[in-house]
Design a binder for this molecule. Sequence first.
Ligand code: MSP
Length: 611
Amino acid sequence: MAAVRVHSSIQSSLCILSHPLYSTSRHLKTRLHFPRPLFSSPSFSSGRALFYSCRADNFKGSEREVSDSFVLTTPLYYVNAPPHMGSAYTTIAADAIARFQRLSGKKVIFITGTDEHGEKIATAAAACGSSPSEHCDVISQAYKTLWQDLDIAYDKFIRTTNPKHEAIVKEFYSRVLANGDIYRADYEGLYCINCEEYKDEKELLENNCCPMHLKPCVLRKEDNYFFALSKYQKLLEETLTQNPDFVQPSFRLNEVQSWIKSGLRDFSISRASVDWGIPVPNDNKQTIYVWFDALLGYISALSEDNEQPNLQSAVSSGWPASLHLIGKDILRFHAVYWPAMLLSAGLSLPKMVFGHGFLTKDGMKMGKSLGNTLEPNDLVQRFGSDAVRYFFLREVEFGNDGDYSEDRFINIVNAHLANTIGNLLNRTLGLLKKNCQSTLAVDSTLAAEGNAFKDTVDKLVEKAKFQYENLSLSSACEAVLEIGNAGNLYIDERAPWSLFKQGGAASEAAAKDLVIILEAMRIIAIALSPVTPRLSLRIYEQLGYTKEQFNATTWSETEWGGLKSGQVMAQPKPVFARIEIEAEGGDGGEAAKKVVKKKEKIPHTQGVAQA
Ligand code: MSP
């Protein structure tokens, strides 16, 4: 994002240079020029009650330090093309975290949306013969539809073309301007349209190709407005030293620190050549750079629809965010540029930025620009949303890259969801029906008295909670699945089917064993519900509960003892059907394999997304 070359004029000006932090920035002194005294500087102090000063302790106080709230965001997705599995991945993870936080009693605001301005979008629209706004409507809707199909229960969906967002971006821009952090300068550099970013020549491949998109960058020369990022170098360094958890996973912190250490250069925040964007306040010949626009979506999303949009009220509705979930490719924007922008505007910083890895295909990042994407609609249609959600969260260690393979998908989903969980429930309910009229003989607490299996379940639930809290989603799934494994082991060892045949005390013991397994299933259903909400509901219904009861569950109900004597279970019905692969005749080789419909059609339960 650095300027390759900036043409100087002798007139250096502006308040920035007189800022104390500036005296250390030799770099800036040599490259700025251009005084166009168009910046009226309203005093910043007036509207400041809600805002914080530019100090490294911006984490501590906050506009709304309410410990029972949890505000999390996904990136706002570009609408140059419909969503693919890579974009769905962040959103699935965010949804699982949001559901876990809700279960834990937090007041969650889960924000997602679409990033709709800029050259890349305008070009994509033109290529389809649409106007940018028509194009944005269509693609934005495609995101919403996919989120519905994937049971993504977001609270706010912000589009950057929404007028309330535009108003907030302009207000934010004016604040930063008033703080003396925006200036005008000539700019010349190599631009990657897909990244929407100026690049340093040294980070490019042969023929000035972007390493991410493998397409040549174009030489651009423009007269732009700049944000004085370099001014925030020291402050950002201090901030990260004092708040090392700000960047997660922790191994990404070094990367961010080294970017900062290597010297922050101001970046251009307007475009003279791009019409499709928000006009710069007081200069409608320029539009605001997409990143300086889109990042504000995290705040404008908080603004209530029925009120006049303004920064202060949006901020007081939930800022700062607890968590920004992003892919590692946009870490610099979120962990360097965004905090500096917020500091400049006197706003608190988000509490954490988590940069996850990439879904890859043949080792290359799956993406719209490279065209090597995996179609999420297709996966959901064939396998259902729980399978898709579970596979990606379980298979890819959150934070690292993960490669997709259909064989692996089918194996994992069948082994974990159909066998370990589905079969265990089904055979237990079958035994209960045959021997106990589908009715529990004793309370689960009584059934488990002195039983080590209960202790195992308690420990695994604690572990799952800890892993969810730490955003280790794969390990959280693993801990829950271990309950299922332990349950399978328990039932196989106890062999209640034989005990029932013996009658008397043995039969009573077998009836208790079934209660124990079903109680474990109840706990599994709650503990896995952030990841597999539909499957969890079906398990709950099999255990004789209603959808309303399921929707009202909290994490505290993972404590042993929920199932009571006399509770009647539903008729046993598979909760998760195996995915079958049939050979399509021929040589039976890999190419001849065909995934066929599941053996049994599992009804799609409505309304889970609102759970
Ligand atoms: N519009 C910006 C974000 C602005 S946020 C204020 C953007 N959009 S994007 O659509 O290109 O990417 C959105 C997210 O999808 C990024 O976090 C990116 O890392 C993620 N992914 C895109 N392809 C991906 C994979 N193949 N794998 C995992 N995530 C990937 O950047």
